[in-house]
Design a protein around this ligand. Structure first.
Ligand SMILES: Nc1ncnc2c1ncn2[C@@H]1O[C@H](COP(=O)(O)OP(=O)(O)OP(=O)(O)O)[C@@H](O)[C@H]1O
Ligand SMILES: [Mg+2]
Length: 379
């Protein structure tokens, strides 16, 4: 499909038909904003929609008009047809990780011991990829409840959007029993993908080592591994189930980018990765793009401007305005050329442009207007 065709589509169908939508993209491009706007769109399409957000700055709770967001879904007031509801919640990593332990532990006492362990508490928050994985884990839990027509999930501000796709695999290899080796011999293990885990594992280890000393540390460490014994298989199976859910044809990724080359490059890599992994892209949101100004004025307008030339002020005003218009047009066209170049040769069904608004998106009205843009044919 050509890019021109992709521009004639919008995300309305994806909103109406998906079970899961995951917004992803480089840092700061508008993932959280897009996830919230897609949530509004879902409710307006008559679907019981839950937005699971990861927004440490908590801007989103404010924009949604609710006091605060926590680990339980909160209802967001929205005008929607029958059945259409919007709910939102914030991912709490530690709670999610704790529940995972509860599910897989061999006994309640075993779960309690793990959760009280200092090694566990430090690892849970510092291990590379944990946040991404916990987001997926929570998604799986919520999907299992069968209570939601549409789950929209925001992804964390990772250094690279690709980290996110690697998270379940990284989690699996972490749990394959190599943890001890990773912690104790960080320099010994080389190899693709593991580098980051090794680094983060070692850092976490050093941090724990800084807090507790000698025997205490060794005891905690020994306990940690004793308690984890027998849980690896459950964890691993769960990570695999998460991947299966993501590969479902009704789970789709919305790749968010701005029109600048670095996030565009990430969007391109990400779309290619999705294809390789057999995952589904709903489309690309090009956020904060300059709208195309109206076409250059025709000769008749220019003639009229020249005829008005008797009045110097007016002539200068018209010439000045035309020059500004030409500048804006230059920038807007340049952005579209960059988008086209970045997406060249990549299979993409939908490209939606969201204009740069005059201010941050900080209220329901702003989110609703973005929801309309995302689900309306523009080209
Ligand atoms: N179309 C837009 N016009 C103007 N401001 C926007 C637009 N979209 C998003 N913003 C603003 O840009 C900022 C970043 O947006 P957002 O938090 O959604 O990005 P993000 O990709 O989730 O960031 P992070 O990677 O840090 O999680 C916010 O202040 C938001 O209000
Ligand atoms: Mg965000």
């Amino acid at each position: 499909m050509s890019l021109e065709e992709a521009r004639s589509h919008h995300l309305g169908d994806a909103v109406a038909d998906s079970r899961v939508l995951v917004t992803t993209g480089a840092g700061g491009v508008g993932k959280t904003t897009s996830a919230a706007a897609l949530g509004y769109a879902g409710a307006r399409a008559g679907r019981r929609t839950l937005v699971l957000t990861i927004d440490p700055a908590r801007r989103l709770a404010q924009a949604l008009g609710i006091e605060h967001l926590d680990d339980e879904p909160a209802r967001v007031p929205v005008t929607a047809p029958d059945g259409g509801e919007l709910w939102a919640m914030m991912l709490d990593m530690q709670t999610t990780f704790d529940r995972l332990i509860d599910r897989h532990a061999t006994s309640p006492a075993n779960a309690r011991a793990i959760k009280a362990n200092r090694i566990y508490r430090t690892l849970a928050s510092t291990l590379s990829g944990t946040q991404e994985y916990m987001a997926m884990e929570r998604l799986h839990e919520l999907h299992d409840t069968g209570e939601w027509d549409l789950l929209v999930i925001d992804t964390p501000p990772t250094r690279s959007a690709l980290d996110f796709l690697d998270a379940p695999k990284r989690m699996t290899s972490f749990l394959e029993g190599r943890l001890l080796t990773l912690l104790l011999k960080p320099g010994m293990i080389a190899g693709r993908g593991l580098g980051r885990v090794v680094g983060a594992g070692a850092t976490a280890f050093m941090r724990v080592a800084g807090k507790v000393t000698g025997m205490e540390l060794l005891e905690d460490l020994a306990d940690f591994f004793r308690n984890f014994e027998g849980m690896y298989d459950g964890f691993k199976q769960r990570a695999e189930e998460v991947l299966v859910l993501l590969q479902d044809p009704r789970s789709r990724f919305v790749v968010v980018t701005t029109p600048e080359p670095p996030p565009l490059r990430e969007a391109r890599f990400f779309l290619q990765r999705l294809e390789q992994e057999g995952l589904h892209a709903a489309g690309v949101v090009v956020n904060r793009i300059h709208p195309l100004p109206p076409p250059e004025p025709g000769d008749d307008v220019l003639r009229a401007a020249a005829a008005a030339g008797g009045d110097d002020d007016l002539a200068r005003g018209v010439t000045g305005t035309l020059a500004v218009l030409a500048d804006v047009r230059n920038l807007a066209e340049r952005q579209r050329r960059d988008v086209n170049a970045a997406l060249f040769g990549v299979r993409v069904h939908t490209v939606v442009e969201v204009p740069l608004l005059g201010q941050d998106v900080h209220d329901a009205a702003g989110l609703e207007s973005i929801a309309t843009t995302l689900t309306t044919r523009t080209a």
